[in-house]
Design a protein around this ligand. Sequence first.
Ligand code: ZN
Length: 240
Amino acid sequence: MRYAVFGDIHGNLDALEAVLAEIERLGADALICLGDIVGYGAEPRECIARVRELECLTLAGNHDHAAIGKLDVEFFNPFAREAAMWTREELSDEDRDYLASLGFVEHVDGFAVAHGSLHGPELFNYVQSIHDAELSLEALDKPLLLVGHTHVPLTFFDSRPMTYSMDLEIPVDPKSRTIANVGSVGQPRDEDPRACFGLYDTDDAQVTLYRVPYDVEAAGRKIVDAGLPEALALWLQLGK
Ligand code: ZN
């Protein structure tokens, strides 16, 4: 089976369409969306509609919850907060019900998926250090956990001592455990503005990360035209 796993779309339809076209080209048996469909970008409703059309397993992200008032935006940076409040106004009741229906963790075909972590997935904790990875490994009973949330594609391997890498090709050892972050579709933060997603091939026991160029300027223009903070458009260009 080939699973295309993507998330952190953040209302960036241009990036989402580019990623879905690339998935189509590569071929996948199933798609999984790790959440944060909305927040930051100018097309939250369009992104929700596009993801729903895929009828794939989809999880909740913190920005999805912020947009429906299920999460306090007090700890968001000011731009994220402004975007969250803007997104709240944009969404229809149906959009809200849909986002509210999404779960936190799923176990699929020998691997687990969550938006941010397995240690307190409903708290949207991050896996960005070896310590975080250890906490999530304690809750992981499968060889592989795929997450997003940090917008940085980074993989942790359960070795002694623990190792990590930013390689695009990630071997999945069935006798060990690996936590791989598949990056962000709509707001990469590793200084590479190209959209990012992962393809997990269970036969090859490998996750491969792909970077997809898309019209960053168009997405940025929509942000400015919507009256959202210009910094959000700049972040897209810088990959921050
Ligand atoms: Zn996100």
